[in-house]
Design a protein. Sequence first.
Length: 119
Amino acid sequence: MEMEQQTVRMISPQDLLADTLRLKNGGYRLVAISCTNKDGMELSYSFDKNYELLTLRFVLTEEEQEVESISVIYPYSFLYENEIKELFGVRIKDIAIDFEDSLYQIPVKTPFGRKEGDD
C-alpha cells in the first residue's frame, strides 16, 4: 500500500486566492479549512489530488487583518468560512453565502477568538 504524501506550504494571506485558483486549475479538490488560535489565527486550507494532501497555511497576527473568501473558486467553502468567522472572529470578506454570525446559536461571540492579553 502506497503512503499518502502531505505537504504544508506557508503563504501570505494575500496569496490565498491566486494559490487556490492554481490548485483548482491543477485538478485539486478542497478537503477542509481549519483555524486555530495559536500565536495568532492560523488558517489551514487543505486540498487533495490523487491522495496527495497539500495544505496552504498562514498566520494572521493582526486582529483587523481581513482574508478574502475562496468561495468564488470553491463555492462549498462558504460553510467552513462562516464557521471560522463566527467561532474565531476571523474577518473573511466576500463569502458567497454569508450567514453574518448566525450559523450557530452560541451564548458568546467568537468563543475561540482572541481574548484580552492574547498578544
